[in-house]
Design a binder for this molecule. Structure first.
Ligand code: ZN
Length: 214
């Protein structure tokens, strides 16, 4: 997880959000499930997804994996639309999420309260570094996350940041490779290029790249 600067609300959403919300409320008042389901899905537009994709450089807000390589990114509601329907079309409630982080086994429709060590950390409003330390363990050769606060612990556990086998393996190999080539950066132009590319926002697992000063 890294801090992300929220970009401007896409004009498409800004001009339609209020109307969609009115339709949603009306459908709920009328107990019209068909109209409600139709209204609540209006946010799912490529205009919104494209804006989030740009804001997050194509990476998941939670696990920082590059999504487009294997899947279509989800428009993720930080506060779940099932529990906070009035925020369904609110730009500041929207993040980019990968299908795994967004599924029921991980975030799903959860949104824990403070008494349950919540709420989750929104990387567009808070710096994850205040809650999570990102480090490399040379013994296990794994790039891991360590909680600094209870909310950080909630994030690591909910999103399985240290236990999802594919995520852990790919992330650790990538960081380990960068660590291995770093000492020869100045004498090997190829290594210098690889490291320069890794330092841009486009690459995954930037939290570790920054923390390890790669
Ligand atoms: Zn993810």
């Amino acid at each position: 997880m890294i801090k992300v600067t929220r970009t401007q609300e896409p004009a498409y959403l800004k001009s339609r959000a209020n109307g969609w919300l009115k339709d949603l409320r009306k459908a709920r008042q009328n107990n019209d499930t068909v109209a409600y389901n139709k209204a609540i899905a209006k946010y799912a537009s490529h205009h919104v997804r494209d804006a989030l994709d740009k804001m997050f450089s194509g990476k998941c807000a939670y696990c920082e994996s590059l999504i487009a390589v294997v899947a279509t990114a989800h428009i993720e509601h930080f506060r779940p639309k099932q529990k906070y329907p009035s925020l369904t079309f609110t730009w500041t409630n929207l993040l980019l999420g990968c299908p795994t982080c967004n599924d029921g086994a991980h975030k799903g429709t959860k949104f824990p309260k403070a008494r349950d060590n919540g709420p989750f950390i929104d990387p567009a409003t808070e710096d994850p570094l205040d809650h999570i330390e990102f480090f490399y363990d040379p013994l296990s050769r794994l790039a891991l996350a360590r909680a600094k606060t209870l909310r950080g612990q909630l994030m690591i556990e909910t999103f399985g940041l240290n236990v999802r086998p594919d995520l852990l393996r790919f992330r650790s190999t990538y960081i380990r490779t960068l660590l291995a080539i770093k000492p020869d950066e100045l004498v090997n132009p190829e290594y210098a290029e690889l490291l320069a590319d890794a330092r841009t926002d486009r690459t995954p697992y930037h939290a570790w790249i920054q923390a390890l000063a790669l």
